[in-house]
Write a protein that binds this ligand. Structure first.
Ligand code: CMP
Length: 139
């Protein structure tokens, strides 16, 4: 059953380049409600676990190093049809292919450093959200 929730991270490049405010503005303007939010940092072990599904890919090492190199903004978001609508809002993984009006079109620089994460399923949104936020931090 759809939870109407997704999990997002503003990745280290988005934070380093000063885009927290701009990205959050696009998210709230698109009608997402913020359920939980914090500035935090993934350890190397956290990033390895989070991207375990990509462990066999040639870019895995680079991805883990990138995702653990600085602070991120982690958040749980709520909206009807959240998973699909949020993936539409962030745009294609490769910003060169991202549609006009998407977060990655505006703020991402490369396929590796693409500014923002969005969960790919209700199940993963629940797992990813629970990794960062206790029940009492979900409003
Ligand atoms: P995302 O889709 O959020 O989660 C998987 C990440 O792997 C993806 O964003 C990119 O940051 C990264 N990634 C995917 N494909 C490549 C690639 N070809 N080269 C480098 N990084 C990649």
């Amino acid at each position: 059953m759809a939870t109407n929730r997704t999990f997002t991270m503003i990745k280290p490049d988005g934070v380093e380049n000063g885009h927290i405010g701009g990205i959050l503005n696009m998210i709230t303007e698109a009608g997402f409600r913020i359920v939980s939010m914090k500035l935090t940092q993934l350890t190397v072990a956290d990033a390895q676990k989070f991207y375990e599904v990509h462990a066999a890919r040639p870019f895995y090492g680079e991805l883990v190093e990138f995702m653990s190199r600085g602070p991120i903004v982690a958040a749980i978001l709520e909206k009807e049809n959240a998973i699909e609508d949020f993936r539409t809002l962030i745009g294609a993984t490769n910003p060169a292919e991202a549609a006009e009006g998407t977060i990655r079109k505006k703020y991402a620089k490369s396929i590796g450093e693409n500014a923002v994460h969005g969960s790919d399923s209700d199940e993963n949104a629940a797992i990813e959200g629970a990794f960062h936020f206790a029940g009492r931090e979900q409003f």
